[in-house]
Design a protein around this ligand. Structure first.
Ligand SMILES: [Mg+2]
Length: 233
């Protein structure tokens, strides 16, 4: 097991707890944006929002593909709310992240402006070397967010780092599965409110390490020192 030199951190339900208001605000913003783009009633628009999210991993992809919606404008209008009162994270999260050795990058299927606001609010911005948001996840002109294998390959090429030296820290298992397929290390943050989560009693074979909170990462020296893989849940 190689040493982690680059950490890719997911944003929602990984660096902060989006389940205490932010997800509801995003869902509502998406619903309004779908409604305004399609003219559908609230109920049908919400069905479509969920259908595209499940099918493509992000509602915006379905909107771009089937309704010719401007992705940038859709993302802006669906995340147009004040995040300050809704951001919740574990205590001293910036300190905990700063203690981890290596380069850190946020890898999120959310838009960059929103990611930047959340990171800024949590005083995390200075600890990250970059934000790779959904706007940056285009392959041959099409949005290809996580869990796209093509995206994962593109990341490795751009980072100029062997995959075994990159760790993806995530709450969404299917994203970890893709990362594992191309040889990255995978760290599962077991968040109870993650959509489509499976039982946290089972650690799938594609998950190298599982932790319950970010503060536990520093207690997993195996990521950079030993050969052992174990369960920290
Ligand atoms: Mg997440």
């Amino acid at each position: 097991m190689g040493t982690v030199k680059t950490w890719l951190f997911d944003l929602d339900n990984t660096l902060h707890d989006a389940s205490k208001g932010i997800f509801q605000a995003i869902d509502h913003g998406m619903l309004k944006a779908v409604q305004s783009a399609t003219g559908l009633c609230e109920q049908r628009a919400d069905k479509l929002r969920i259908e595209y999210w499940r099918k493509y991993g992000a509602t915006v992809i379905g909107m771009e593909k089937h309704h010719n919606t401007n992705a940038k404008e859709f993302l802006r209008s669906s995340h147009d709310f004040n995040i300050a009162s809704m951001v919740h994270a574990e205590p001293q999260v910036a300190h905990k992240i700063s203690r981890l050795p290596g380069r850190k990058i946020v890898l999120t299927n959310a838009p960059e402006d929103y990611a930047r606001q959340v990171l800024d609010h949590l005083k995390l911005l200075p600890h990250f070397d970059g934000i790779w948001a959904i706007e940056h996840m285009r392959l041959q002109g099409r949005l290809r967010p996580k869990p796209s294998i093509g995206l994962m390959r593109q990341i490795i090429a751009r980072l100029k780092t062997p995959p075994s030296n990159i760790a993806l820290v995530e709450d969404t298992l299917k994203n970890l599965k893709s990362a594992h397929k191309i040889g990255m290390k995978t760290v599962h943050i077991a968040h109870p409110m993650t959509p489509f989560a499976i039982s946290d009693k089972v650690r799938p074979s594609y998950v190298d390490v599982r932790v319950k909170r970010l503060g536990d990462l520093i207690n997993v020296p195996m990521l950079w020192r030993t050969q052992h893989i174990q369960d920290h849940a």
